[in-house]
Design a protein around this ligand. Structure first.
Ligand code: ATP
Ligand code: MG
Length: 358
């Protein structure tokens, strides 16, 4: 007899619409586990975020990394508030976790969803891309400083730190990702014409790793030209890999081109599995709609499905995504997708679909 797997998940709802979408996803995943009966899952609420920061002066409690290491994975909402500078909130929570936990692969599938309209006339069949973002170094390494603060000759440096090890591991991950997809197509994005150190190292490492993947067709592209290609020739793209900064920007563009940022998921993975991975929607705290009950929960459903895949529950994840797609295709959509449903309406509809899996 095989024993049923049981997972402990750290739920970190965070700020803004984070708590709304994370609670939505937990309802749906708990319903899925109960209905299928093939695995157990428990979510522990971790109250880190801006409210915590205002009360205690810190975004997290105690040794955040050790806390997260005691779980199988984390489901994260969003961090950021209008009255705290973004670089403080981001470094207080998310960036303080991703780097030290070596969650070096940020994976962002982008697909035109049933019920969403791809705004591109060049993509008649919608978009189906896989974006891989280097998540642990590069432009967001936090290196640099300021001198002569406040003076006319004030100067600031922001050092993009790249290491051969760091580039090689993300490149290998991206080639493997491309290899696992039907089209086996990879585009390596850099800016090696005007940045002559780190970006040239990226090009060199890409060429050397490519030798181990003769069945993957790959090319390289400057990031500025890539924005044009994403709009003008979307069908020529499948998997993309690039630096922390470049893919941060390209993934927002990709989400918008696919139809909405409200459906875009992301995984922060430690492919070596030494540390638990973290799953979160691409969108942020979206204070303009916080508390209105209309946040689109689909990006967090999809992030939770990616979490289930990572934990080994592929079948359950596929079933969950099937339910979500049926609900969207039936027109049960939040206002960002042109619908009239609220968050809970989408949750209830997905839960009803899940019940039918019994
Ligand atoms: P951050 O600073 O972390 O990027 P943000 O507050 O700027 O966060 P984004 O998440 O970038 O907000 O989203 C931009 C806009 O897109 C929001 O202001 C909101 O109107 C809309 N939006 C984002 N996520 C959702 C969602 N899940 N459902 C509906 N609309 C959303
Ligand atoms: Mg934003």
């Amino acid at each position: 007899m095989t024993t049923k797997s049981s997972y402990r998940i750290a739920s970190i709802p965070g700020d803004g619409i984070g708590p709304e979408v994370v609670s939505a996803a937990i309802q749906v995943v708990e319903k899925l586990a109960k209905t299928l009966g093939t695995f157990d899952i428990n979510f522990d609420h971790i109250p880190w975020g801006t409210a915590h920061y205002k009360q205690t002066g810190s975004y997290v409690t105690g040794n955040a990394l050790d806390t997260l290491r005691s779980y199988d994975a984390s489901l994260f909402g969003a961090v950021g508030a209008p009255d705290v500078p973004d670089h403080i909130s981001l470094w207080g929570l998310l960036l303080a976790i991703r780097g030290p936990l070596q969650l070096y692969a940020n994976v962002r599938p982008v697909r035109t969803f049933p019920g969403t309209k791809c705004p591109l006339t060049t993509a008649t069949e919608g978009i189906d891309w896989m974006l891989v973002r280097e998540n642990s170094e590069g432009e967001y390494a936090g290196q640099g400083g300021r001198s002569h603060v406040g003076q006319q000759w004030e100067a600031a440096t922001e050092v993009a730190l790249f290491t051969r090890v760091g580039i090689e591991r993300i490149m290998r991950f991206a080639f493997e990702m491309a290899q696992s997809r039907p089209r086996k197509l990879l585009t390596v994005v850099t800016k090696s014409n005007s940045m002559r150190n780190g970006m040239v190292l990226w090009d060199e490492v890409a060429a050397s790793v490519a030798k181990d993947f003769p069945d993957v067709t790959w090319d390289k592209m400057l990031v500025d030209a890539m924005t044009v290609r994403m709009v003008a020739k979307p069908q020529s793209i499948d998997t993309i890999v690039g630096t922390n900064l470049h893919m941060d920007i390209l993934s927002d563009l990709a989400a918008a081109l696919a139809g909405s940022i409200g459906v875009a998921p992301s995984s922060n993975l430690d492919p070596t599995r030494k540390n638990p991975s973290l799953f979160e929607p691409v969108h942020g705290s979206a204070f303009d709609i916080t508390g209105k009950g209309i946040a689109n929960p689909v990006a967090t459903f999809w992030s939770a499905a990616e979490m289930l895949i990572w934990l080994g529950e592929k079948d359950a994840a596929a079933k969950l995504m099937g339910c979500v797609e049926r609900v969207c295709a039936a027109g049960i959509l939040t206002p960002d997708l042109g619908g009239t449903s609220d968050t809970q309406g989408v949750v209830d509809a997905v839960c009803l679909e899940v019940e039918k899996l019994a």
